[in-house]
Write a protein that binds this ligand. Structure first.
Ligand code: NDP
Length: 311
């Protein structure tokens, strides 16, 4: 049996199973990476206004010659705009040079209080992050639903949401989020969250599926063993792990050969998937994106090394 190349969202849309990540793709690199990816067959690009490179992503799309309507474009609302969703969305649409997004996500389920200078991560006077813990995320979600109704986006979803926040949103949502984009790889498989989202019809999207830059995952003994068995790169096994589990995967690369090989997805056996599923429970649990300025968003594994907010 072959592996899927796309999944169905809860609104009937299809989403390509593999999308190109663009975080930390530097100016001067990301334009070529996007153009190369689209020419190589990608039809899904994951963006965010916070990445500061959406203008270049748009140039890459134009260079590729691939039609806008043939590309699934995702972007994300930044945290200083939770009370001004449309304003941030309009900025993104302009940067990406498009009249609509295929998918718009709340990047983080926390509001940051903006300062006068428009600093992306504003600080309070005492140097701590200007987080607004009193902000009700349902108010952000209601605005996301408005954007859907206006036709500026075709689907809406969330990112970095654990079960408690999803339970809270569920009390008032009229539209069930189409996706929840979270960190997923064999060291952070998020089994419980996957089960919850499956029940609600929410597709998970895996960010940092390779473990991000400098990842230990590529050198993991089990990953290497299974990669060798299939005669593929460790990255291919990590990408395939997600797709075989019904999870959209967003590997980032600006390297042409890697961009191409990351599109390859192989069938993994149930036994092979089980090996990866168990690694975290065997002492390898590791979250790469555990920013100290964030908080416990309902992930039991949230507090990583160096997280100054850890209890
Ligand atoms: P990834 O896990 O995709 O890893 C990217 C790193 O792996 C880069 O250093 C890249 O190098 C390298 N790499 C790519 N392909 C290969 C390969 N075949 N072999 C070896 N190394 C490889 O990390 P990201 O953290 O970037 O996550 C992916 C995407 O997910 C992001 O770009 C972003 O779009 C999204 N994301 C979303 C977040 C959210 O809060 N919603 C948070 C984090 C990420 P090089 O580019 O030099 O080839």
């Amino acid at each position: 049996m072959s592996v899927p190349t796309e999944f169905k969202l809860n609104n009937g849309m299809t989403i390509p199973a593999v999308g190109l990540g663009t975080w930390k793709a530097q100016p001067g690199e990301v334009r070529n990476a996007v153009a190369h990816a689209l020419k190589a067959g990608y039809r899904h690009i994951d963006c965010a206004v916070m990445y500061g490179n959406q203008n270049e992503v748009a140039q890459g799309i134009e260079d590729s010659g691939v039609k806008r309507e043939d590309i699934f474009i995702t972007s994300k609302l930044w945290s200083t705009y939770h009370d001004r969703v449309e304003e941030d969305l309009d900025k993104t649409l302009k940067q990406l040079n498009t009249s609509y997004l295929d998918l718009y996500l709340i990047h983080w389920p926390v509001r940051l209080v903006p300062d006068d200078k428009g600093t992306p991560i504003p600080l309070k006077e005492d140097g701590s992050r200007a987080t607004d813990w009193d902000w009700d995320q349902s108010k952000t979600w209601a605005q996301m639903e408005d954007m859907l109704a206006k036709g500026k986006v075709k689907a809406i979803g969330v990112s970095n949401c654990g079960i408690p926040i999803l339970e809270h949103l569920k009390k008032s949502w009229k539209t069930v989020p189409a996706v929840n984009q979270v960190e997923i790889h064999p060291y952070n498989p998020s089994h419980e969250l996957k089960e919850w989202c499956d029940k609600e019809g929410i597709i998970l999207e895996a960010y940092s599926p390779l473990g991000s830059t400098g990842s230990p995952l590529g050198k993991d003994e089990q990953v290497a063993k299974i990669a060798e068995k299939h005669n593929v790169a460790p990255a291919t096994v990590l990408i395939s792990y997600c797709v075989n589990k019904g999870i959209v995967v967003l590997p980032k690369s600006v390297t042409p050969a890697r961009i191409e090989s990351n599109l390859q997805v192989i069938k993994l056996s149930d036994d092979e998937l089980a090996v990866f599923d168990k690694l975290a429970a065997q002492g390898k649990q590791m979250r790469i994106n555990s920013p100290s300025w964030m908080c416990d968003f309902g992930f039991s594994d949230w507090y990583g090394p160096g997280n100054k907010d850890a209890p």
